[in-house]
Design a protein around this ligand. Structure first.
Ligand SMILES: C[S@@+](CC[C@H](N)C(=O)[O-])C[C@H]1O[C@@H](n2cnc3c(N)ncnc32)[C@H](O)[C@@H]1O
Length: 334
């Protein structure tokens, strides 16, 4: 099924799977395996895993991706189960797995559809919700306190003009709330200006920050890693592809934490050492030059992998990730 140059609905390819060969090498799926693909997207990884004879439980929080994947599900003759859910809940949908793979971020279909509001390359509603529910990017921009906006842009976009942009937004939305992607991008460009030496548009980092915030992407990833620890069998493989340093740091911290002996709780007098739950499968893998030439989206990709040991899963503790303290997106800025 893989390599047909077609997506899950059989149309022309729109999303080129990134680091596919490297993912397959790290995951090493064989007939009879059960693999969780937590980011089904256009089904690029899932098709290749099915081709190796394994069964796949494929998850996506985007209802469009699930609808587009139904044809592949029928074609797979019972070896593919599609689940519409966030991947942080992957352990609700499978009891035990030989592999878990995550390909973090947005798909080309999401980016290229102006109506989803992820991009300012074409005008669209300021939305950015992968799951098509909950507060949108416009809700955040129009309702959140200026200090919260500055922290979101600073932490999640690593935007050095975070405060200035947040104050501009606060002033401008009083008379006219933001509703469109181009409106926000133009307002940022006008306010900050554009250095001709900059390779990226001045709104790029704010858009990245809003997308990560609206979809709670860092919290989702952190919880998914803990869920993967609970479902992977001894010898099972965890493979994660990320696209920027905030995500890669989370994966790296998890693998470092889980591949070391852990002490007991700080609050207990005695320290009970707990055995590692994973063995690192080595250094991060980057795409080869020819992949980046063929698919510029692969440029910043990094793959990390680890193999599950037989030690029991540890309690869920998000403090190991040092996630930034930000307001709760679902509270709508109150
Ligand atoms: C980069 S694409 C995956 C592409 C896929 N590997 C392929 O080869 O076609 C990421 C997909 O993951 C989904 N996604 C992102 N975060 C998610 C989450 N927390 N839970 C479930 N799906 C998520 C997005 O909706 C998107 O469809």
């Amino acid at each position: 099924m893989a390599g047909h140059g077609e997506d899950a609905v059989g149309g022309p390819a729109r999303h080129i799977p990134v680091l596919l060969d490297e993912v397959l090498a790290a995951l090493a799926p064989v007939a009879g395996d059960i693999v969780v693909d937590g980011t089904f997207g256009a089904g690029g990884y899932t098709r290749a895993i099915l081709d190796r004879g394994a069964s796949v439980v494929a998850i996506d929080r985007d209802p469009d991706a699930i609808v587009a994947g139904r044809a592949l599900e029928r074609e797979a003759g019972g070896r593919l189960k599609l689940v519409h859910a966030p991947f942080s809940e992957l352990d609700n949908h499978v009891d035990a797995a030989d592999g878990v793979v995550l390909d973090i971020g947005v798909s080309s279909m999401q980016l290229d559809q102006a109506a989803r509001g992820f991009s300012f390359r074409a005008d669209g509603p300021l939305d950015m919700r992968m799951a098509r529910k909950g507060p949108s990017a416009a809700d955040v921009v129009n309702r959140f306190k200026v200090g919260d906006l500055a922290r979101i842009f600073g932490f999640l976009g690593e935007e050095r003009h975070a405060g200035r942009i947040a104050r501009m937004i606060e002033k401008r939305r009083e008379s006219r709330p933001f509703t469109r992607t181009l409106e926000l991008a133009d307002a940022i460009e006008t306010h900050i200006g554009r250095n001709p030496k900059d390779r990226i548009h001045p709104a790029t980092r704010v858009f990245q920050a809003l997308r990560i915030f609206v979809n709670d992407e860092l919290g989702e990833l952190a919880r998914a890693l803990m869920a993967a620890e609970r479902v992977l069998k001894p010898g099972g493989r965890l493979v994660v592809v990320t696209f920027h340093s905030l995500e890669d740091r989370i994966v790296k911290r998890f693998i470092v934490d889980r591949s070391a002996n852990a002490g007991g709780s700080r609050h207990l007098p005695e320290t009970i050492s707990r055995a590692p739950t994973f063995t690192s499968a080595g250094k991060a893998v980057a795409p080869a030059e020819r992949e980046v030439e063929a698919n510029p989206r692969a440029r910043s990709a990094k793959l990390r992998a680890a193999v599950r040991t037989s030690a029991p899963a540890r309690a869920e503790d998000l403090s190991i990730f040092g996630l930034p303290r930000l307001p709760d997106a679902s509270k709508g800025g109150d």
